[in-house]
Each structure stands twice: as C-alpha cells, then as structure tokens.
Write a protein that binds this ligand. Sequence first.
Ligand SMILES: [Zn+2]
Length: 276
Amino acid sequence: MTLPSIHSYRPRRLLLSWVGLAAVAAVMVPAVSPLPAWSGILIFLPAHLTLLWAQLSPSCRWLGPVVDKVPGFVASDQLWLTLDDGPDPDETPAVLEVLDRHGAKATFFVIGTRASAHPELIREIRRRGHQVANHSATHPQGLFWALPRPAVARELDGGAQALREALGDDDGAQPPPLFRSPVGMTPISLPTLLAERGWLRIGWSARGLDGVARPDLDAVERRLVAGARPGAILALHEGRGHAPELLGRLLPRLQAAGLACAVPDASSLGADSGRR
Ligand SMILES: [Zn+2]
C-alpha cells in the first residue's frame, strides 16, 4: 500500500507553518509597535479562517491526503458504492436485498456504537460479500473537527474495536485499514493518527447529500448519477429511511450505464501526494 509520509506532506507543512507564524506575529506585532492589542486578532484571522476551511471542507486536502477515486477502477466499468452511518435494523436488511437483486457490492462505513448494538447485521453484511469499515466510534458530527488528539484517537480505535468485536470469529475479522471521517471533517491530528495506524482516509467523488431526514430523492439520485463513472466513489447514507428506495432507483441506472458496483482491494488505494 502506498502510504504517504504525513511529515513530508507539503500542503500540511505549509499551512501549519503559516498558522504558527501568524500566531507569533499576532502576539509580537502589537507588543513592539504602536498598534493596539486587538490588531493581533486581525493579523491571525486569515490563517485561522484558512485552517478552519481545511478542517471543515470534506474535499480539502491541505491537512492530509484523502482517497477520492479508485485508481484501479478508472480503466474498467467499476465504481465504489459506499453507505455511511449504519447498521440500521430497520434499513440494512432491505439494503442488502436491493444490493443482492442487482448484483452490487458495497462498503458499509459503520458507526462503532451501532455495530456494537447490532453485531448480527455486521456479520450479515460480511456474509453477503460486502465490506464493513470504520466510520468512527460515536460519529460526533458537530464537533469532530475540533476534538483534541486523544479524543480523535478514541474515535478511530473505538470504531475499529467495535468492528472487531462485531465480526467475532468471522474469517479475516480485522477491519480494513480504511477510515471515513464523520461529515468528511479533518481534525488537525487526524492525518497523523491515520498515518501512525497505516490507515487511509476515504472520501468520495460524488455524494447524494442524503444525510438529512426526508431528502429530495430525485435530487439525490441526480447528483449520484451525474458523478457515476469508472473509478468514482459514491457516498450514500443509511438510517434516514430512504436507502432501500434510493438504491432501488440508482442501481438500475448504473447498470443501464454499464457500471458495476465493486469493492476495491484496500492495498490498491494509494492516497495522492497532495498536489491540489
Ligand atoms: Zn456519517
């Protein structure tokens, strides 16, 4: 697996150096000049806002790399279908039926507490030939970006532990070295913690924006179909009541376009080198 060294990851180095220099300047400039103390806030503000953008914007890779396509699928007819926030006892069984009906394979990025509450669903997902992967222990979606390093580590390791326990004695019970961040957020410590564990941060190339109650399914379907191409990563949600219906609409359209939903080998997913 291609694991980028986070210490030599240039966008992160540049951003954190700038934030550090801006913090020093915000203190020093008012101290050694006639400027009032509050001018330090203005000096620090641009760096602070840039850092905030890097933490909150799912597609931003200034703090660390993110996998947003499947290189090995680009020259094929395959894409990667991913479902977040399960398992859900009211939805997951129906989701599995729809996937089976269309011969589609998917990765379920599940929440640790839900995996612990429904280990039988985790094993059933695996039994049907799909993949289960880590989407944090508790999915702290409002605060994840701002959590201190020990709390982020607990979310990573707690999610993995819940998966291991739910999988029990299944063959290959180790979860794959993949992590999807709640709402795609990037706490400053996340890329370092992932690199230490040898895990990849998995993003998406198209999402339906269906992580809300009662989304407009026509619009969700349109967004996903527009982003469906070989190598794409599609992100959908479970637990809002619409996943089976959405998949029932989407999968025939993907099939009609000659696209197959498959799960890539984790070892084939190299994150990029941070050039954008
Ligand atoms: Zn989520």
